[in-house]
Design a protein around this ligand. Sequence first.
Ligand code: NAD
Length: 359
Amino acid sequence: MASSRHTSFTYNGQPAHVVFGSGTLDALPVEVERLGMKRVLVICTPRQARDMDRILGLLGGAAAGIFSGAVMHTPVDVTEQCLAVVEKLKADGLVAIGGGSTTGLAKAIALRTDLPQIILPTTYAGSEMTPVLGETRDGNKVTQSSPKILPETVIYDIDLTMSLPATISATSGINAIAHGVEALYARERNPVVDMMALEGIGALFSALPRISADMADVAARTDALYGTWLCGICLGSVGMALHHKLCHTLGGGFDLPHAETHTIILPHALAYNVPAIPEVIDRLKPVLQTDDPAMAIYDLAGRTGARRALKDIGMPQSGIDLAVERAMSNPYWNPRPLEASAIRELITRAYQGLPPAPV
Ligand code: NAD
């Protein structure tokens, strides 16, 4: 008799209201009213501030102001500046439009004020689906989780992603694939998350080369955003392992760009875990149409023009020792126990941009 995979598990769903499609930005006034917002603060990056007319028009009398100072890694001093604006305007709700950096600022304000959030994602980072916030204070990034951090409403409008440059789309999309891949071998994995992960990875894997060939391919953009949503739910529902921890260590330790670091590390982290997760690899093979899922992700990065070497995104060679030391000194769950010499080889291969290999 065949045994079942689904013997015992816990499922932890995150409550979020999602509106998905093209032109869904038009739903903003309905969502603002649904959440009872009367004085909305709009959050964005300095670059996007000039495109805010449409948002302000849709908000009408509910628009209280704009804070356009969102930056990478959610530094606490920027959050404090934004908090002062929230208090001055007596804002009762947040609308954030942008990538993970902008979403991070809205989450940081919500953590301190419990204000409701409407997020309009413009990248494939997936942060909008998680109750997790990483904040930087004095150069140290600290991650925490709270129900207050989880956005109430997410409006996925494909139109807002059309301008995301092809190379950033590729690395951002592989960042989302990483959430799905690690969910498949998470300690808290469960059948619902497995389904979302496989569906999300497949949608992104098919979409990213099409976006790379034609940035204006609406069907590919739709598939990528759909995959992002699913992989974002995975990130918010189960714990992550070696890949996310390494990216956290490397990104925080050497100030490396977030999505590119994920893109470079994922094939190597997956290759490291291969001996411990044969069943997961068997499930990934048909989704990635390959016998070697780690190599397929490395190839995807190559085909979409993403950089594949840590040395090319600002990591110093002298940092390899420190990265290994930090990865080993902060033990965390991973399907294959951490072995210092193998982790050193993994990071060295990623530093050099070599293909993933058994280590
Ligand atoms: P980002 O938000 O910094 O955006 C990357 C770049 O793309 C920026 O220059 C931005 O201005 C530009 N951009 C964004 N949307 C655009 C568009 N539609 N058209 C043109 N340009 C556009 O980067 P990101 O990778 O989306 O997010 C990274 C941040 O998110 C990191 O701080 C990371 O830690 C965080 N994050 C958090 C979680 C979580 O669950 N807490 C998950 C994923 C990422």
